[in-house]
Design a protein around this ligand. Structure first.
Ligand SMILES: Nc1ncnc2c1ncn2[C@@H]1O[C@H](COP(=O)(O)OP(=O)(O)OP(=O)(O)O)[C@@H](O)[C@H]1O
Ligand SMILES: [Mg+2]
Length: 318
């Protein structure tokens, strides 16, 4: 079994600790640490922690790109870099003493047309090589210059080779990709609300929303609701499960959704039961809340939270 994490818009994550963020002022911060980042990198890191040897494919440019690749390699994650002339972006995360977290995300530079074609080729050759043994996870926004159908066409291609396909994105790229029938999608609350044009204020509205995602083409779908936990429908006609979030004091919740996606990729590929799957996802997400950087959940935390995690079967079914 192989896992491939596809990153069209990677980043270096910089976590900055400071006493208080005050707009319009100069800040001398306590620490600023850079880590390999972007959503696909967080997924790959969590899969690595679960004992897998994922391959990461992404656009890589300049010194920041080189740092990103070496950071992943140091964690034992294999990388296939698709070079870009423009350098890889840096995403800033500020954690204040009060616990408040703010993020500043660069849009990412547009790759050239040739660079995009090369990226698609590299992905498709990995799909062709991996076939049914390959689980492909597509994560994150698209940099400018990539068409909204970018994920949809890669998912079609991966599906045609028999690969398993999971997607975590938002907006038009998600909308287009649903019709390509990914095996799994996981928007968060806001992303699902925007896509479906409906509010999701509680678990029962979420249960209906998750079923709508399945009726729009996803073979199975989850919606993460932050502190309200996670909803999952394993397929058309299947019931909806709710995994309440573990109660804890989060350092930061950045990357929690990515930890959920990694857990689903792992559990569904490894043949876990539905209950085990939801519990693992809840545990990986909770462990990510305590990590030193996004994606760096510790194995002992995952194990402890897996034992604490609960799953509820909800009534409604498609
Ligand atoms: N404060 C919290 N305490 C405990 N668990 C949390 C908390 N926030 C999130 N989680 C867990 O993480 C999961 C995913 O969180 P969330 O809905 O915030 O994802 P997301 O917005 O996609 O995150 P990201 O895109 O940054 O990875 C939730 O379903 C829940 O299990
Ligand atoms: Mg997310």
């Amino acid at each position: 079994m192989m896992f491939l994490c596809v990153s069209p818009n990677p980043a270096v994550d910089k976590r900055v600790l400071l006493d208080e963020l005050k707009p319009g002022q100069i800040h001398r911060v306590r620490s600023a640490r850079a880590h390999a980042g972007g959503k696909a990198a967080h997924v790959a890191m969590t899969l690595r922690t679960l004992g897998e040897l994922p391959l990461w494919i992404g656009f890589v440019g300049g010194e920041t790109g080189a740092d990103l690749v070496s950071g992943l390699n140091q964690l034992g994650i294999r990388t296939q870099a698709c070079p870009t002339q423009k350098k890889t972006r840096v995403n800033l995360e500020f954690i204040e003493d009060s616990g408040r977290v703010s993020e500043i995300l660069e849009p990412g530079c547009p790759p050239t047309e040739l660079e995009v074609i090369e990226f698609q080729k590299v992905c498709e050759s990995a799909f062709a090589q991996g076939q049914k043994e390959l689980t492909v996870i597509f994560s994150g926004s698209l940099p400018r210059g990539l068409g909204v159908g970018f994920y949809a066409s890669l998912i079609k291609s991966a599906n045609s080779f028999g690969c398993r396909t999971l997607l975590d994105t938002s907006g038009e790229p998600l909308h287009e990709a649903l019709a390509a029938c990914p095996q799994f999608v996981k928007p968060n609350r806001q992303e699902a609300e925007a896509l479906l044009g409906q509010g999701i204020i509680d678990v029962s509205q979420g249960a209906l929303a998750v079923q709508r995602l399945v009726s729009l083409g996803a073979r199975s779908a989850a919606i993460s609701l932050g502190q309200q936990g996670l909803l999952w429908c394993a397929g058309r006609g299947q019931p909806v499960y709710h995994g309440p979030a573990i109660v804890l004091q989060a350092r930061s919740t950045v990357g929690c959704g990515d930890a959920v996606v990694a857990a689903f990729a792992y559990a569904t590929t490894r043949g876990c039961t539905e209950e085990q799957t939801v519990k693992l996802a809840t545990a990986c997400a909770a462990a990510n809340c305590l990590a030193d950087s996004p994606g760096a959940a510790r194995p002992a935390d995952i194990e402890n939270f897996r034992k604490q995690a609960q799953v509820n079967l909800l009534d409604e079914s498609v």
